[in-house]
Design a protein around this ligand. Structure first.
Ligand code: AMP
Length: 214
C-alpha cells in the first residue's frame, strides 16, 4: 500500500499517518521529520534546511526529492509506505512518476484556515523527543512541561502566527495544484483519491479514512 497524505499544515496529517502506518504496517515517511532530524544532527542537509524551515518556506525540490528517493531504497519501503508532507509541489509529484514510484491512494484532509491557525497557535513540542501537545486540545499534565521528562515545551519557530500565515500561502500556491494533479490521475484510474473533512476528532477522521480505503 502506497499512500500520500495531502492537506495544509495543521490538518492532522501526522496523527493520521501514525494510525494508518500502524494499521497497514508501512513506514511513515515525513519529510518534515526527516529535515528536523537532519537539523538536530547538524548535517549539511540540516544546515541548508534550517533557515528555510524557520521562515516557513519550502526546501528546494531537488534537495527533497533526493532525500525521498534515497529513503525509498531502504528495505522497509518495499512493501509500501505513507508519505506525509511529500510531494508538496507538482515537480516533486512528477519526480515520483519519473522514478516509477506509483501511488495507490491519495488522502486529502481538508481543514479551513481559521481552524488551522487555532490548532497551530496552541501547539507545543518537546524538542528532544518530538512529543506534541496542544494547550487546549491535548495539554500536558503540568502547564508547559513535558509529561515524561518534565522539561520545558516550546513553540516551533514555524508554528508562530506570522509563519503559519506564510505556510498557508505557500500551501495554497505550491501544494494545492497537486489536488488537480491527483484528481486527474484518479479519473484515469491511476490512483484512488479520497477527500475528507479534517475538522472532526482524530479518531473519527481515521475511522472515515479506513472505511473509505476498505
Ligand atoms: P512539515 O513538518 O511537513 O510541516 O514540514 C516543515 C517544513 O519542512 C516545511 O515548512 C518546509 O520548510 C520543509 N519541508 C517538509 N517537507 C517538504 C517538501 N516535501 N518540500 C519542501 N519542503 C519541505
Amino acid at each position: 500500500m502506497r499512500i500520500v497524505l495531502l492537506g495544509p499544515p495543521g490538518a492532522g496529517k501526522g496523527t493520521q499517518a501514525e494510525i494508518l502506518c500502524d494499521k497497514f504496517n508501512i513506514p511513515h515517511i515525513s519529510t518534515g521529520n526527516m529535515l528536523r532530524d537532519a537539523i538536530k544532527a547538524k548535517t549539511d542537509l540540516g544546515n541548508q534546511a534550517k533557515e528555510l524551515m524557520d521562515r516557513g518556506v519550502l526546501v528546494p525540490d531537488k534537495v527533497i526529492v533526493k532525500v525521498v528517493v534515497d529513503r525509498l531504497k531502504e528495505d522497509d519501503c518495499q512493501k509500501g509506505f505513507l508519505f506525509d508532507g511529500f510531494p508538496r509541489t507538482i515537480p516533486q509529484a512528477k519526480a515520483l512518476d519519473k522514478v516509477s514510484v506509483p501511488i495507490d491512494i491519495v488522502v486529502e484532509i481538508d481543514v479551513p484556515d481559521e481552524v488551522i491557525i487555532e490548532r497551530m497557535a496552541g501547539r507545543r513540542v518537546h524538542l528532544n523527543s518530538g512529543r506534541n501537545y496542544h494547550i487546549k486540545f491535548n495539554p500536558p499534565a503540568i502547564d508547559n512541561l513535558d509529561d515524561v521528562t518534565g522539561e520545558l515545551l516550546v513553540q516551533r519557530e514555524d508554528d508562530k502566527p506570522g509563519t503559519v500565515k506564510e505556510r498557508l500561502e505557500i500551501y495554497r500556491s505550491q501544494t494545492l495544484p497537486l489536488i488537480d494533479f491527483y484528481v486527474e490521475k484518479s479519473q484515469k484510474k491511476e490512483v484512488n483519491y479520497i477527500r475528507l473533512d479534517g475538522t472532526f476528532l482524530p479518531e473519527e477522521v481515521s475511522e472515515r479514512i479506513l472505511k473509505e480505503i476498505n
